[in-house]
Design a protein around this ligand. Structure first.
Ligand SMILES: O=C(O)CCC(=O)C(=O)O
Ligand SMILES: [Fe+2]
Length: 296
């Protein structure tokens, strides 16, 4: 069977046929998958036999794995983050772990328990969002930098479990300055690099930051830029965390929903002028090692 990518929407998403994620992947197959991910931003595989070990093996073909999270402990293994509706729901637009200086390059989500209705994951192309900006706004965005943090000062937790999760999530404070427009390290493609962990735009007041972010974020969340993935159990969604945002829709009442997340380590983001992101607060090297040539 040959590898086949069937587009799901014009701007983002493809279903993958002809490869079994549980199998030993050849270097050629990994290269084809890597370039398909660069093109489509999100890939969906059917793989009802995939377990945690298989997901780890698959993800590690794309690079070193991060630990589960900078502050939240791992599940079955140190690399696995349990995504469990009973613990927390990611119904905010975000790019994973942008509060550290090396956010994951790739996120993989495997469905284990899927609610009978709802529970879709939205994935947005921030490259399409960038392209859709009017010229003057795009040129301005190229010059902006944003502070990202894991410590919120808004949205009170609504339950004990949410409040416990928040406490663990924020147990070490991280702050990092990233370019608002990030150049993809493999393709050179530009994308808006913002999302839910952004606290402010450098040089702007809180109110001005909010307004600018609202304006830019509105382009990310245009329906044309979004894949709405409706899960079945035993599927693997892989997205390029360097050039997407995602959102877990909370539309399934109190029914169980469980996924497992494993992420591939990323590099330090680079702006359109070649400047790198900088960590302001918090050492994240236990989560995702800083490349040696940069740390030196
Ligand atoms: O639950 C989902 O669909 C997404 C969860 C999520 O955002 C994450 O684990 O990073
Ligand atoms: Fe996420």
């Amino acid at each position: 069977m040959t590898l086949e990518f069937r587009k799901i929407t014009a701007n983002i998403g493809a279903r993958v046929r002809g490869v079994d994620p549980t199998s030993e992947l050849s270097d050629d197959t990994v290269a084809v998958l890597r370039s398909a991910l660069a093109e489509h931003k999100a890939l969906v595989f059917d793989s009802s036999d995939l377990d945690t070990a298989g997901q780890e093996r698959f993800a590690s073909r794309f690079g070193r794995l991060t630990t589960a999270h900078p502050t939240v402990p791992g599940g079955e293994t140190p690399h696995v983050l349990d995504v469990d509706a009973g613990i927390s729901k990611a119904n905010e637009w975000h790019t994973d772990v942008t509060f550290v200086v090396t956010p994951p390059a790739i996120s993989t989500l495997r469905s284990i328990v899927v609610p009978p209705y709802g529970g879709e994951t939205l994935v947005a192309s921030s490259a399409a969002a960038y392209r859709s900006l009017p010229d003057p706004l795009r040129a301005w965005a190229d010059t902006l930098w944003a502070v990202h943090t894991n410590v919120y000062d808004y949205a009170e937790p609504r339950s004990d479990s949410q409040s416990n999760y928040r406490e663990v999530f924020e147990s070490t404070r991280y702050e990092t300055v990233h370019p608002v427009v990030r150049v993809h390290p493999e393709t050179g493609e530009r994308g808006l690099f913002i999302g839910g962990f952004v606290r402010s735009i450098v040089g702007l007041s809180a109110t001005e930051s909010r307004d600018v972010l609202r304006l830019l974020q509105a382009h990310v969340t245009r329906p044309e830029n979004i894949l709405r993935w409706s899960w079945e159990p035993g599927q693997l969604l892989v997205f390029d965390n360097r050039i997407t945002q995602h959102y877990a829709i909370d539309n399934y009442d109190d029914q169980p929903r469980r996924l497992s997340r494993i992420t591939v380590a990323g590099d330090i983001p680079v702006s359109v002028t070649g400047e790198r992101s900088r960590a302001l607060t918090g050492d994240s090297s236990h989560y995702s090692a800083i490349p040696a040539e940069v740390a030196a």
